[in-house]
Design a binder for this molecule. Structure first.
Ligand SMILES: [Cu+2]
Length: 731
């Protein structure tokens, strides 16, 4: 019999009690570890994990160990109680749009180098004095070219515990938000019938729901000031999550000081100024004089401001999330993420402007750019909660964490009211370890227009999308004009998991709708209700040609590298701060398979060059969605063949699913900015358990240092050490 990740709803009371007691035992260990009372190494030493990283088969710890109720039948984990809540009984909230403030609203005013003004440090963090900004000090971590790209828009956010939202701004009328009245207080609940999340259970941007959305455009640098107001006591975390944070703007083309480096975290009562210049990649060498009108940004009044760079590098749908070393899965799960829509002359968020450049994708017409009326952000995330309804997390299995309650925009199985017209959905997989595979419940066609925030060369018409790995973004268009008023159609998940390694099977639509899957993540999770004819004619389009790939064929390949992702990693470092532990690791250029150490330099491509990287799966039993920071890549081959690359992966990407036993060969350039970046599995349980490496852009020492010193943050200030290790093939 196959493993069950969760007990069936009709399991006996006694088995449910047994499973709940096992869950509590595991939660005790997660809590001790998250509080720093035990290290991962100690967990290994105590025999809680086998050498292969599997949870030791001790009854009560491993949910798959045979229970008292039958030797061969695994116990499964207890289901999250639903308190009588039924699916599709609450409206899906649209994202909460962050205010775009003048930079002069920031006090203190942002500075190129980290603001090292001293403040008193709470005794719980060691006392004494420390800097108000947690960004590492000095020239190396100064915002690169801050004078060239002075911020024009400020966003100020605070990481804090859950509270009621009294300033929800969906940026659309309530008729386009399923009737939600934004002036009534928005409570931190996954459903109105579920308990409110406590301030230690849920840690979101500004402490509130719905999740936050940043609206930006090319040529308009954003200063994103991130305050940390999490509890100073590391143990005040509701049992999981770490109060130190580092925020990655996934996949921003920014300097490394603004990339949310995993080792550049900051502490409670500090802030970190992230400078997002929002430039087209290649801006220094391609269309540098900004003469190509396709490389442009909405000017606010129907025109285009031309910007330097390659228009074929235009990006659209980003997200930002925590990247704290070893704690990313817990912190993102706890709510530390948001989405970021980037607007451009091509993808303007205005379906009416007909200037020969604007692709006129479904959006709206009221504003010059960034209309959200018919352009809807969706984040999918599977959650679990305890008997009291508070968010809970379980790392015990290193294969990955799976929740049993699917949420959209952090609302449990909601409905969304639509007009009879075309809509764009920007779908983010915001799960810890779960893959999704989407279809409509009537089996009808969806049009995929973008992958990882990059508009495809051509739209792809699909009755089921590909599997969507963690952190991947699929933008799709659904035309609801084919339905009658009063009809309902649902988004359905076809990807069935038995564990966090990978989907065990992609079900047929009929199987997924049958309710027979043992995986509670399978089936309908979002119901569209067709409520009216459009108030205004739908003038949006889905053009047959969108954004072609940049042609790199004339650019020489400076270097090829191979990264193999597998289990059984060793650790070359004994530095207790920079070195991670865990079963997962990366083998670089046929060297040893190594566990993460953010003080180790594994690759150092030369600034301005192009390279070809092959990412290999070290085993057949799992999949890994691998994220490479900084520049968009083009997939050249899957398993060695260009013909294996499906049409929806023929644009640019930043997350590459390896498939069981497979490989991906891709090409990237290293342009415009320098510093230290990361490459890691975005199954964040794998990432936290050491499947991560640091690479940096090497310019031979001018003007960046070679190699870069490793930051070691403390509440009293950041110090630097030399790299622990530089792989022989790195430079
Ligand atoms: Cu992985």
């Amino acid at each position: 019999m196959s493993n069950r990740i969760y007990l069936p709803l009709n399991a006996s009371k006694a088995r449910q009690r047994e499973a709940e007691s096992a869950r509590k035992n595991r939660a005790e260990i997660v809590r001790a570890w998250s509080h720093g009372q035990v290290s991962r190494r100690e967990l290994f030493r105590w025999g809680l994990f086998t050498a292969g990283g599997l949870l030791a088969p001790i009854r009560g710890l491993n949910p798959f160990v045979g229970s008292a109720y039958g030797d061969s039948i695994p116990t499964g984990a207890p289901r999250s109680p639903l308190f009588g809540v039924q699916p599709f009984t609450q409206p899906m909230p649209r994202f909460d749009v962050l205010p775009r403030n003048p930079v002069s609203s920031l006090n203190p005013f942002p500075t190129a180098q980290s603001n090292q003004t001293l403040q008193r440090v709470d005794p719980a963090l060691g006392g004494g004095f420390g800097p108000i900004e947690g960004r590492p000090p000095g020239a190396v971590w100064a915002h690169q070219r801050f004078n060239v790209f002075p911020p024009k828009v400020a966003m100020e956010v605070t990481q804090q515990g859950a509270r009621v939202n009294s300033i929800y701004n969906p940026a659309v009328p309530s008729s386009l938000n399923s009737g939600i009245d934004p002036t009534s207080p928005f409570s931190p609940r996954f459903h109105p019938g579920l308990p409110a999340q406590g301030s230690l259970a849920l840690w979101t941007f500004n402490g509130t729901l719905p999740p936050k959305l940043v609206i930006g455009r090319y040529g308009e640098p954003i200063l994103f000031r991130h305050h940390n107001r999490l509890p100073v006591d590391v143990a005040q975390n509701g049992g999981f999550g770490r109060h130190t944070i580092s925020t990655h703007e996934h996949n921003g083309h920014h300097g490394a000081e603004n990339d949310g480096f995993t080792g550049a975290h900051f502490f409670p009562n500090q802030f970190y100024d992230y400078h997002w210049p929002i430039v087209l990649a290649g801006r220094d060498t391609f269309n540098a004089d900004a003469t190509d009108f396709r490389a442009g940004s909405p000017d606010g009044s129907g025109g285009i401001i031309k910007v330097p760079g390659d228009w074929r590098e235009t990006m659209s749908t980003h997200w930002f999330h925590d990247h704290m070393f070893s704690f990313t899965s817990q912190n993102v799960y706890k709510g530390s993420f948001g989405m970021f829509n980037i607007y451009s002359a091509l993808d303007r968020g205005n379906e009416g402007i007909n200037d020969g450049v604007n692709l006129r994708l479904p959006s709206g017409t009221a504003n010059d750019f960034g209309n959200l009326d018919f352009d809807v952000n969706l984040v999918l995330a599977d959650k679990a909660w305890d008997q009291g309804g508070q968010l809970s997390f379980d790392i015990f299995n290193f294969d990955g964490f799976l929740g049993d309650a699917v949420t959209v925009n952090l609302a449990y199985k909601p409905f969304f009211e639509v007009e009879r017209r075309k809509y764009r959905f920007r779908i983010l997989n915001g799960a810890v370890s779960r893959f999704f595979k989407l279809a409509l419940s009537d089996g009808s066609v969806m049009i995929q227009i973008a992958n990882d925030g990059n508009l495809l060369p051509h739209p792809v018409y699909l009755t089921a999308l590909d599997e969507q790995g963690i952190a991947e973004r699929y933008d799709i268009v659904i035309d609801f004009s084919r339905y009658r008023i009063g009809e309902k159609v649902s988004l359905v998940n076809l990807a069935e998991h038995q564990d966090g390694k990978r989907p065990a099977e992609d079900l047929t639509l009929a199987q997924a709708l049958s309710g027979q899957s043992p995986d509670p993540g399978v089936g309908r999770f979002l119901e569209f209700r067709v409520v009216r004819d459009p108030a205004k004619p739908d003038v949006s389009q889905v053009p047959d040609t969108m954004i072609p790939n940049p042609d790199l064929s004339k650019i020489p390949v400076a270097r090829e590298r191979v990264f193999e992702f597998g289990r059984g990693a060793g650790q070359s470092s004994s530095n207790p701060i920079t070195a991670g532990a865990g079963p997962w690791g990366i083998r670089t250029d046929n060297g040893a398979t190594l566990a993460a150490d953010f003080g180790r330099v594994s690759a150092a491509p030369r600034f301005g060059t192009r390279e070809v990287w092959t990412l290999k799966n070290g085993g057949a039993g799992w999949d890994h969605p691998i994220h490479i920071h900084f520049e968009e890549g083009q997939i050249l081959a899957r398993d060695g063949k260009a013909s294996n690359v499906p049409p929806w992966e023929q644009g640019r990407k930043d997350v590459y699913r390896l498939h069981p036993g497979g490989s991906v060969t891709l090409t990237m350039q290293f342009r415009d900015w320098g510093g230290m970046f990361m490459e890691h599995c975005h199954n964040t349980v794998h990432e936290d358990n050491a499947m991560l490496l640091r690479w940096e852009i090497d310019d031979g020492g001018t003007p960046f240092l070679r190699p870069l010193p490793t930051p070691i943050p403390t509440p009293q200030g950041v110090t630097f050490i030399d790299p622990d290790d530089i792989l022989p093939t790195a430079l």
